[in-house]
Design a protein. Structure first.
Length: 269
């Protein structure tokens, strides 16, 4: 399948040298100061990584260059977000971003039947919430988690889930009877070692941001999203009993806490 990659493109990216750890740290420091040339150098030296990932993701030879184009966008995002203090090689950090952009491209071509604009926007909000909550906790969010985050009730959320129809499964081939299966609207929670590393870094960063929240908001987040490393995330009722308040009071505190944490995360980016 490598034969399908433009030979001129391969020759071009092979001209960029691979970087040492010291060079990556130096470029990262310059990027933090707004050095665009350093950003380009970090990206260019890792273009071969995108090709390698594209070859793993492609299902047909025709996919490869499209996947490379999408992966390059993920690589650029990773280069802008990477910080030398992460204590991991840039390629390890960038892998998850490259894969994410490629997966999104693959899914976008086959996943959903066209929806009215309003329904499509609601579904997008739900997907964004699921992705954010998974990134926040490293755990698959429940329907209740997503509903609380979006400020809606479970019935409203289930109605939005019902908008999602699929033409065919992305996970298996269509059978002889032409039957098809639904693709889960929950993000894929299987992580590569590289993605797990990135999630751990993000968790450590989130813990430091949480310290600035009011104590009651910290408690709700820790219980609700299992930051306390308990056996499981607690329900609104369970947290209410622990804190001596009603489940509704816990829900309102959670909404405020998530909003404050989102603002803190965005301000830190």
């Amino acid at each position: 399948m490598k034969n399908e990659i433009d030979s001129a493109y391969l020759r071009q990216i092979q001209q960029f040298p691979l970087l040492t750890v010291e060079q990556e740290v130096d470029l990262s420091k310059k990027i933090q100061k707004g050095d665009k040339k350093a950003l380009s150098s970090l990206v260019n030296s890792n273009l071969r990584l995108v090709v390698s990932v594209a070859l793993k993701f492609s299902r047909t030879p025709a996919d490869v260059m499209d996947l490379i184009q999408e992966g390059n966008m993920g690589l650029m995002v990773a280069a802008g977000k990477y910080h030398f203090s992460f204590n991991t090689r840039f390629s390890t950090y960038a892998y998850a971003w490259i894969a994410q952009y490629m997966l999104r491209f693959v899914k976008s071509r086959t996943q959903f039947i066209s929806l009215p604009a309003r329904k499509e926007e609601l579904l997008r909000r739900v997907r964004d919430a699921q992705a954010y909550l998974y990134e926040l906790t490293g755990n698959e969010p429940s329907e209740e988690d997503v509903a609380v985050y979006l400020g809606m009730n479970i019935d409203e959320l289930k109605a939005i889930f019902s908008y999602a129809y699929t033409v065919a499964s992305l996970d298996c081939e269509t059978g002889d009877d032409d039957s098809s299966t639904l693709v889960s609207v929950i993000p894929d929670t299987s992580c590569t070692p590289e993605e797990k590393l990135m999630l751990e870094e993000e968790k450590r960063h989130l813990y430091s941001l949480m310290d600035a929240l009011p104590v009651n908001e910290q408690k709700v987040l820790k219980y609700r999203y299992n930051f306390a490393n308990d056996l499981h995330s607690k329900t609104l009722r369970e947290i209410g009993k622990i804190m001596g308040v009603t489940p509704e009071a816990v829900r309102q505190t959670e909404i405020r806490a998530v909003k404050h944490l989102k603002h803190a995360v965005n301000a830190a980016v």
